[in-house]
Design a protein around this ligand. Structure first.
Ligand code: IMP
Length: 483
């Protein structure tokens, strides 16, 4: 992180900044000791930064020059969510990577995801329904080693929510209990669904959760759990539960593979790779605002472990983080010190549709927070930024950016801990804004209004990380590129 005051003095004196941070595309993707044509996009803040839209666009770009592109997801499950527009129809994807709509793309759901079979079947049907040939436009491979996230996990998470504040912000999709299974060494994996004794395996797992839930005085079979489509359903008796899983596994069977062999072969070929991380560095179990964190590994290093070392994340040519350019959104129970006046937050929430794609919860809208972002981007070893929502700006409302934290008279660092963050006071700088709506047709940095150029220069220089793209609207062409 550079000193914001000196960056401010330097940037706001300049009147032509569009040439800043201009690496060439060819150079970017062919750096020494890096695997050419590979890019990973991580969430740089607290989720919902628009990674799905960016990876969709990156995949489409690679498909212009290559017959096949691999789109790999390694973490999370149906807690993630992004809406993809197909013509005039919109569908919400949760577990499938956004490349699923593009012919030529191989979408891989990796080993360290936690997959909910019935939700995945529903998602596959939703994609088929909107595709012109009523099939999956892309090829789908599900790693047979991926973990299962089941209705028993969703039920147990609800029980936990009644007894622990730590899980009060969770999406209710059973993510933490599913990952906890791995640590406790009793997870079910996708491959278990296809074992000869699969019914016994599932029954034994069900019984374990039945006892856990009973310990809290509740009845597992009767607990209502959310589903991808429609109203919540009860977990049901073991027989009902098994019947539902049997239906799902018959649909999923053709997509289940030994992914490592395919990955090894493709990573050593010249096929482009787009890695779409789920959630965000600020939600990572190690670096998020404790205790409201997710259970997966949200950093680039998760790619290494999910691919079983086939992909060394340090060799990926471009390791970029998506962040919202002018504000940050957060959904959960965490309370950030940089909260915004509610009338401006409301305006942004409506203009940028800041409602959870998974839970429909209204997202908290907070000011850009340089201490928090610097911490997350440096911990996550981010090399480039992809800025989204540059069009969410109002000419009459200066953009407030938090440049440091204080406790009393003391300047203090960012620490990822709720009890600590409750004590800090943010120090802000106010920067000139621009007419965001006028940016919708802007596609080159030179066309950006001076205030937007200066703002991008200020932000990227404070963070010490160059921006590759900025999005100026939700459609693919609404992107300003610095490369
Ligand atoms: P879990 O992942 O459902 O366990 O939720 C843990 C925390 O991460 C909660 O605060 C969730 O709101 C948050 N979270 C999980 N997934 C996402 C996401 O895709 N976007 C934003 N927040 C998320």
């Amino acid at each position: 992180m550079r000193n914001p005051s000196s960056v401010h003095r330097a940037v706001y004196k300049q009147h032509n900044l569009f040439g800043l941070n201009k690496p060439s595309r060819k150079k970017l993707f062919t750096q020494k000791h890096r695997r050419p044509n590979s890019i990973a996009v991580v969430g740089g803040a607290l989720g919902d930064e628009g990674k799905g839209r960016l990876t969709d666009e990156l995949t489409a770009q690679f498909l212009k020059t290559h017959k096949q592109v691999v789109h790999y997801r390694d973490n999370g499950g149906s807690n993630a969510g992004h809406t993809v527009a197909v013509g005039t129809t919109k569908i919400a994807l949760h577990q499938l990577g956004s490349g699923i709509l593009q012919p030529g793309c191989l979408v891989i759901l990796g080993k360290e995801m936690v997959l909910h079979p019935a939700d995945l079947v529903a998602e596959i049907s939703a994609v088929k329904a909107v595709s012109p040939k009523k099939n999956l436009p892309a090829t789908l491979h599900i790693d047979e080693q991926a973990f299962l996230c089941l209705d028993v996990h969703r039920a147990f998470e609800q029980v936990l929510k009644q007894h622990s504040t730590g899980s009060s912000g969770a999406t209710g999709r059973g993510i933490a209990p599913a990952y906890a299974d791995v640590i406790y060494r009793h997870p079910l994996r996708v491959r278990d669904l296809f074992a000869a004794n699969w019914e016994t395996l599932v029954r034994t797992h069900y019984e374990l959760y039945e006892r856990l839930v009973q310990g809290f005085g509740q009845n597992l079979a009767g607990i209502l759990v959310p589903q991808f489509v429609g109203d919540p359903i009860v977990v049901g008796t073991p027989e009902v539960y098994l019947r539902r899983l049997k239906q799902a596994k018959s649909v999923l069977k053709p997509y289940v593979h030994d992914v490592r062999t395919t990955l090894t072969q493709l990573w050593s070929s010249d096929t482009p790779f787009v890695f779409e991380k789920a959630q965000a560095l600020g939600l990572d179990k190690r670096w998020g605002v404790y205790p409201d964190v997710t259970a997966s590994n949200c950093g680039f290093d998760g790619i290494f472990s999910s691919t079983e070392g086939v992909v060394d994340h340090q060799q990926i040519a471009v390791r970029a983080a998506a962040i919202k350019a002018t504000y940050t959104s957060s959904v959960g129970s965490r309370k950030l010190p940089t909260h915004m006046d509610e009338s401006l937050a409301h305006r942004i929430r409506e203009d940028a549709n800041e409602y959870g794609a998974t839970t429909k919860r209204p997202r908290d809208i907070v000011h850009i927070d340089i201490p928090m972002l610097s911490y997350l981007l440096s911990t996550g070893r981010v090399e480039y930024l992809l800025l989204t929502h540059l069009d969410i700006a109002y000419p009459e409302v200066p953009i407030r950016v938090c440049t440091q934290y204080t406790i009393g008279k003391q300047i203090v660092p960012y620490r990822p801990d709720q009890a600590y963050l409750n004590q800090v006071s943010p120090v802000y700088v106010e920067l000139p804004s621009w007419d965001g709506a006028a940016l919708h047709e802007v596609t080159s940095p030179a066309q950006l209004p001076l205030a937007a150029q200066q703002y991008v220069a200020f932000l990227t220089q404070c963070l010490g990380i160059p921006a590759l793209w900025a999005t100026t609207g939700p459609k693919r062409h609404q992107t300003v590129r610095w490369f």
